[in-house]
Ligand binder design. Sequence first.
Ligand SMILES: Nc1ncnc2c1ncn2[C@@H]1O[C@H](COP(=O)(O)OP(=O)(O)O)[C@@H](O)[C@H]1O
Ligand SMILES: [Mg+2]
Length: 396
Amino acid sequence: MPKRLPVGIPQSVEEITADWLTHVVRSSGLVTTAQVLDFEVGSPGSGVGFTGQTLRVGLTWDVVEDDAPAAVLVKFPSQNVGNRGLAEAEGGYDREFDFYERLAHLVPIRVPRLIHAIRDPGPSTASRKRRERLVDGLPEAVVRFIGRHARKLIRASHRRYALVLEYVPDARITTAQALPPAEDLAEILHTLARLHAHFWRDPLLADPAVLEWSMVSQMPNVMNGLYRAWRDEVVVRRPDLFTERFMDHADWFSDNIERLAAHLDEPLALRHGDSRTDNMLFTDAGLVLIDFGVSGSGRPAGDVAYLLSESIPPGPDARETFLVACGDYHAHLLGTGVDDHPLDAFLVDCEVVLALQAYRAVLIEATYEADYEGESLAELWAPRIAALLAEEPPEI
Ligand SMILES: Nc1ncnc2c1ncn2[C@@H]1O[C@H](COP(=O)(O)OP(=O)(O)O)[C@@H](O)[C@H]1O
Ligand SMILES: [Mg+2]
């Protein structure tokens, strides 16, 4: 078992101290001798999320130093052990640390500056992979059982994680409930094209020492066990959302999960991974991308179709709008000089990702605990995804 670091790492609001905040900001070089006298903890926006606690911490300094931040953003893991275990099994916290420690300073887009990152060591990549392969290779009935009881069976670790980032003030975001204006969507797509192009087919994307996380799941068979265990119940519960066409796509993804997951993971680009509009901060100085908790490498459609699957008003024109937006993204990707990812291949990938989104909506309906103001996330997303789906799943 890896050991814990021999230092205190706060994991909740109650454990934060002025001394720790002083140490954290000094470690970044933003201040040298100034000291935090007092601090005030608040919610930055959405507050306590599914995977973790995100806090805005306002700072009062004893002396004025030019670069001393007036506030920082602190992220701790979830205190809900079920959510936390599920998040950790997919690299939930490690992915975001990996991104900020290894890549954030290299990307050609705006992301919050890293101020401090500290986490207890986890198992080595090799031993984690061994365990993932072992569990994922268990017989179908066992995997289905694990899937059904995942929240109880997948244990949270005792590791501590604290990530401190630049707080981006006065930002405008579009929540999951709302739909973004077309100009915002275009700006996000163009920013994603620049991000994707920057590390295009770079060997570091395939280097397990840098990035080693799947777009779909670390254990696709376990995820599929969850799907199979709940699928029928979910359809009976919400036939209005999980229509026959919807389920054709979701089931197609389920039936081909290993092959499709491997396809989507081909390391063409660095992916943001959770390109929802509530992870996009619009400021006077431009767009800032946040929340790299599911970042990794893979095919760029993973970000593009994921974003569009929640951002286009459902209705008869939705699919046409989707195809135009995909074309717009692709033109920008081409404009950066990426000339070996043809539009037709990209569009097929987008269809695969829509099927993945349909599949995920079923899982969300089956397992999600958090509500969005009375509506489940599936209730918000499923109609938006449904409006984009083609008649049939793609041929691939
Ligand atoms: N650096 C930041 N500056 C300002 N607000 C932020 C920052 N990071 C996160 N937020 C706000 O906190 C919310 C949750 O943070 P996020 O990193 O997306 O965590 P989660 O994993 O819970 O979605 C965001 O939707 C945004 O409103
Ligand atoms: Mg988020």
